[in-house]
Design a protein around this ligand. Structure first.
Ligand code: ZN
Length: 431
């Protein structure tokens, strides 16, 4: 085991936590690896900057924030000398927090839907593969990369360590809510982080909340609820994701047809062909994709060129709310779109935000690997109660599945043909 203390602590200024303190040499070295630095070139909120212009914050800033919250929680446990916190797991917890998102690629969620890759798998590959991150972790102990990977994929033997990084009130969620609220500029999303950190306790192998902290947790869950509807599911952001997915889908179709692109880079080709390896994956970033979109906006393929121009110039699809997902008039719209020369496979889409992971709070998390442990309150008699049993506010939003459907289409392409659309379509689209 190496001496892991830095001679002098390093401090990062941060708009959410004010300062982020690094005391371990291993953490400092991990931050300086190319794989971690790459997260500067990937936005935390994907295409949300097209809705909220401030949302340019990177996955690097979020990762440092998650590390800092974990560090604060552990420091509180240590200062109060709470029994039940395994002190020897501190460095492991900090490394897992810092690296939990290291596998995210550019516009992660949209890319994953089209190419069926998973950032969780890339995270494992980066930690266990031939990378700078792996070399730094191996200096601690040859088994250490495996341990960090197992905390992140929730298989580590001590659930208390896993729950710091992955539970319904973990360091990850607490950082992204505060950070996303700050950078989008919305007023929701704020809650009293200091208060929550003060009422966390290690208890019988898990992290629980002292009962007097219930109202601070209510505030945190209400923030999640608000952020889902005001930011994460914003229909304009969904529209930009639709256009982005369509670019990727079209480019990948053309690639399969053997189309000759005027501009292509090996990592992008690997992605489109579904054969990308770690080396090329680590070269991908949002700037590279946006450069390609810029070049493709002058492609011979009109569809690809139009979609790229839309994405870069924010000429997104218009949306109208639908009462339900399947409506008979949508089939007629397909025919009408075809008649006026539009491509119904691209120029219309029904979107259901509800299909995305939507979990403000699930009271009775099952022992399934995708479910995260619920929030438990600890009372004076050392009894544990799941929080929605005691809180009316949390009970009212727990397990909620409220969906909204929207129909998306390029209004500018429809307007010149308004006269040839049916009365029903014109009425639905308010034309
Ligand atoms: Zn995260």
């Amino acid at each position: 085991m190496l001496n892991d203390e830095l001679q002098e602590e390093k401090v990062f200024k941060d708009p959410v936590h004010h300062s982020i303190y690094v005391q371990d040499l291993t953490i400092w070295k991990l931050i300086n690896t190319p794989e971690f630095q790459r997260l500067r070139r990937i936005r935390q909120l994907g295409t949300s900057y097209l809705t909220f212009h401030g949302a340019e914050h990177s996955r690097l800033s979020h990762s440092l924030g998650v590390y800092e919250i974990t560090r604060k929680i552990i420091s509180q446990f240590e200062r109060n000398r709470y029994a039940g916190w395994p002190q020897e797991e501190k460095l492991l917890s900090l490394c897992a927090s810092l690296l939990h998102d290291v596998g995210h690629g550019p516009f992660s969620h949209s890319l994953e839907q089209i190419f069926h890759t998973h950032h969780e798998q890339w995270t494992q590959d980066i930690i266990l593969g031939d990378t700078g991150v792996n070399r730094v972790l191996r200096e601690v102990d040859p088994q250490f990369p495996d341990k960090v990977a197992s905390v992140i994929n929730k298989k580590y033997e001590k659930p208390i360590v896993v729950s710091l990084v992955s539970s319904q009130m973990d360091a990850d969620r607490m950082d992204y809510l505060l950070r996303d609220a700050y950078f989008t500029g919305v007023n929701y999303g704020t809650f009293d982080l200091d208060r929550i950190l003060r009422v966390l306790r290690p208890f019988k192998g898990r992290i629980v909340v002292k009962e007097s902290g219930m109202h601070a947790v209510e505030d945190y869950l209400m923030s999640r609820y608000q952020m889902y509807w005001q930011v994460y599911f914003h229909p304009v952001t969904r529209s930009s994701e639709i256009v982005l997915r369509q670019i990727l889908r079209r480019a990948s179709e053309l690639c399969q047809e053997g189309y000759s692109f005027s501009f292509m880079l090996p990592p992008i080709r690997g992605l489109l062909e579904g054969s990308i390896g770690l080396h090329h994956y680590l070269m991908l970033d949002e700037a590279m994709l946006q450069t390609a979109f810029g070049q493709w906006s002058e492609e011979k393929d009109e569809l690809l060129s139009d979609l790229c121009q839309r994405f870069l110039n924010r000429m997104l699809y218009k949306y109208i709310p639908l009462e339900q997902k399947d409506q008979p008039w949508l089939e007629k719209v397909r025919q009408e779109w075809q008649r006026i020369g539009l491509n119904p496979d691209y120029h219309m889409e029904v979107d259901t935000p509800m299909d995305s992971p939507y979990d403000v709070y699930k009271p009775g998390a099952l022992p399934d690997e995708n479910d995260k442990p619920p929030i438990l309150l600890l009372d004076e008699q050392e009894q544990l109660t799941e929080i929605s049993v005691k809180s009316d506010i949390i009970q009212s939003i727990a397990g909620l599945q409220r969906g909204k459907y929207y129909f998306y289409y390029p209004e500018d392409r429809i307007l010149p043909h308004t006269h040839s659309l049916s009365f029903e379509t014109r009425k639905k689209l308010s034309l």
